[in-house]
Design a protein around this ligand. Structure first.
Ligand SMILES: NC(=O)c1ccc[n+]([C@@H]2O[C@H](COP(=O)([O-])OP(=O)(O)OC[C@H]3O[C@@H](n4cnc5c(N)ncnc54)[C@H](OP(=O)(O)O)[C@@H]3O)[C@@H](O)[C@H]2O)c1
Length: 314
């Protein structure tokens, strides 16, 4: 449940005393380091207070630099922003979790995290290569560690207070259920692909019933065409309500009770993507009736992200 009627300042409570998460999140999956810095600064200036990072994005240093400078310039306190980062697949072995967490904090120039996620439920062969592959270019998985082993290490991090909430990403209900049952500290957030072509209704219902926030990535369908941004229903609603198609999609995500991540790269788009408001009920219902179904990111099936360039030497 969103704690304010204004999505721009809306937050959702996190279980296990984890505070609350701003509904509108800025995603930092931006390959160019210079653009990472300018886009993060612009997002902060536009009003975003929730920043989603990952060690795998390879730009935590730039995000940390931009946040440090942006907070100082805007007179914004650390406590007024919400920062997430994610444990990569090569660090699932419990003894690798605390060092990976410390390294991320260090790169982000922070002394605590608001949320730490297991990036995917897939353990890769541990080591420094984030994309370990065999001679046939197949991912080398690590069968010597279970998701629950890794979760227990995250529970330890939550116990020591340097991480206020913990959760999972790229996980389906089938894998989430057994983990949820066994967890001493229940996940606060589940981050998955979600947009009108992939509403994840069953997962959202489970999350609602159990006080978990579903955090939608790709609410604009990763900007892909064809995709939700060019859907005729979305275009017609945008024209009718005087908003852009992106604003309609982001409002729909918030209105159905998910938090969301979007990645505007310019100041203009940051202002656009932050300026969202409630859709009329008939427009909201119309989007719910869209029948097209399409998953755009295969990461949930393999653990390999679809949108991060693969190292050629792997
Ligand atoms: N857990 C995971 O495995 C996972 C996977 C993917 C993403 N994520 C997270 O989710 C975040 C969101 O990623 P996303 O790709 O889903 O972001 P998104 O904002 O839904 O899509 C980004 C794409 O939309 C375009 N775009 C942004 N604002 C627009 C606007 N106002 N009008 C038209 N097009 C617009 C961008 O175009 P331009 O490039 O031209 O700016 C870009 O191509 C990521 O940064 C990351 O933090 C997590």
């Amino acid at each position: 449940m969103i704690e304010s009627s204004d999505f721009r300042t809306g937050t959702m409570p996190l279980n296990h005393g984890g505070g609350s998460i701003p509904v509108l999140g800025f995603g930092t999956l931006i390959p160019d380091p210079a653009v990472t810095i300018t886009a993060t600064r612009s997002a902060l200036e536009a009003g975003f207070r929730h920043f989603d990072c990952a060690e795998r994005y390879g730009n935590e240093r730039e995000v940390g630099e931009a946040l440090q400078a942006g907070l100082a310039a805007g007179g914004i306190a650390r406590e007024d922003i919400f920062v997430t980062t994610k444990l990569w697949n090569t660090n699932h072995r419990p003894e690798r979790v605390q060092p990976a967490f410390d390294a991320s904090l260090n790169r982000l120039k922070l002394n605590y995290l608001d949320l730490y996620l297991i990036h995917t439920p897939y353990a890769f062969q541990p080591g420094d290569n984030p994309d370990p592959r065999d001679q046939n270019n197949n991912v080398m998985y690590d069968r010597g560690v279970t998701l629950l082993d890794t979760w227990r290490a995250l529970e330890d991090l939550a116990d020591n207070g340097r991480c206020r909430a913990i959760g999972l990403s790229d996980i389906g209900l089938n894998d989430l259920l057994p983990l949820y049952e066994s967890a001493r500290i229940k996940p606060s957030v589940v981050q998955v692909e979600s947009h009108p072509y992939l509403p994840e209704t069953e997962l959202l219902e489970f999350c609602r019933q159990n006080g978990i926030v579903l955090l939608a990535f790709a609410p604009l369908g990763h900007g892909m065409r064809p995709g939700p941004l060019g859907d005729p229903v979305i275009l017609a609603i945008a024209a009718r309500v005087g908003k852009t198609p992106a604003q309609v999609l982001l409002a729909w995500a918030a209105q159905r009770g998910t938090a969301l991540l979007t990645t505007p790269k310019t100041a203009e788009r940051a202002r656009e993507n932050f300026d969202i408001s409630t859709l009329p009920q008939d427009a909201f219902d119309e989007i719910n009736r869209i029948q097209t179904r399409q998953r755009l990111n295969d990461v949930v099936n393999t653990g390999s992200p679809g949108f991060i360039p693969r190292a050629k030497s792997a």
